[in-house]
Design a binder for this molecule. Structure first.
Ligand SMILES: NC(=O)c1ccc[n+]([C@@H]2O[C@H](COP(=O)([O-])OP(=O)(O)OC[C@H]3O[C@@H](n4cnc5c(N)ncnc54)[C@H](O)[C@@H]3O)[C@@H](O)[C@H]2O)c1
Length: 284
């Protein structure tokens, strides 16, 4: 099956980016969210990002207009009935995702691919809401989807080869490097990155080095663009805890136990850049 028509559920941080890159690559896109207000806000963000790209000479005004013209918005999931692929990008809640997939199962064509952008939930738990688990797949884009070049395609024990091949072709047409991972907690990137972030927090908590020195050591010693504690502040200290707790629940592997300091910081509302305080002071 060839993907031509794309659906996206949720026009938030990830959904608006997935919508934009799909439309920019020439696909006809319908994006659904709960209210017209949210859709308007998401479309305004896409417009702003595209305008900036026009100013920088990365795209022409004609390309921007054509991209915007390929996107339709809706508050009605039934409008996704003719889509070849639907990417769900709603909040990271298993109950909510299960509900969305129960609805998509009834609405979408039987051969349509249903993808989820979940970061750490089990794809199989979502796939069983449908009668076509062979067409359900993880389509894990990275933030911001307009910039980050990776697409993790996550296959469950039920996903068929045709679905994987169609997603790979689609992902590559969006300019992404596609990697295939099994449906295991954290897939590839989060499974490797999050334990490293938790270890950096434990190192800081144990007083082995200051936050600045841990970050400097990693940047200068390993040539990483950002130190781990800066990255925690950037991603959201609460998100790091959410992922750790979710992984621990799924695996019971002690490497995922959230450090005491992480729990305390979340309780205190020290969530990083978004609240002005995390491992660093962002109030200025
Ligand atoms: N933000 C990241 O860094 C990141 C990176 C990779 C993957 N993800 C994953 O992507 C998914 C979305 O994350 P996000 O950061 O874009 O979230 P977000 O909160 O920015 O956006 C979620 C959107 O879903 C919409 N929504 C909620 N319920 C809905 C419903 N019933 N019908 C239609 N729309 C609904 C909300 O209104 C909102 O616009 C999550 O599963 C998250 O784990 C996030």
């Amino acid at each position: 099956m060839e993907i031509k028509k794309v659906g996206v559920v949720g026009i938030g941080t990830m959904g608006h980016g997935i919508t934009q890159v799909s439309a920019q690559a020439g696909y006809d896109v319908i994006v659904v969210d709960a209210t017209d207000e949210l859709l308007k806000k998401g479309m305004a963000t896409i417009d702003k990002v595209m305008s900036r790209n026009v100013e920088k000479g990365k795209v022409t005004q004609e390309e921007k207009d054509a991209t915007m013209g390929r996107i339709k918005t809706s508050t009605n999931m039934k409008d996704l009935a003719d889509r070849d692929v639907v990417v769900e990008a709603v909040f990271e809640s298993l109950d909510l995702k299960k509900q969305i997939f129960t609805d998509l199962e009834k609405i979408c064509r039987k051969d349509a691919i249903l993808g989820t952008n979940t970061s750490c939930l089990s794809i199989m738990d979502i796939a069983v809401q449908t009668t076509r688990p062979e067409k359900v797949v993880g389509l894990h884009f990275f933030v911001p989807p307009q910039v980050m070049k990776l697409l993790e395609i996550v296959r469950t024990i039920a996903t068929d080869d045709e679905t994987i091949e169609a997603c790979k072709k689609w992902g590559e047409s969006l300019g992404k490097s596609c990697v295939i991972a099994k449906d295991t907690p954290g897939f590839i990137v989060n499974a490797l990155m999050n334990p490293y972030l938790l270890d950096a927090i434990r190192m800081y908590e144990a007083g082995i080095a200051s936050a600045e020195d841990i970050d400097t050591a990693i940047k200068m010693g390993l040539n990483y663009p950002m130190g781990p504690l800066t990255l925690c502040d950037f991603a959201g200290v609460d998100i790091i805890k959410f992922v750790a707790d979710s992984m621990y629940e799924q695996t019971k592997d002690p490497k995922w136990i959230a450090p005491v300091l992480l729990n305390k910081m979340v309780a205190a509302g020290w969530l990083g850049q978004k609240t002005g305080k995390g491992f660093y002071d962002h109030s200025k």
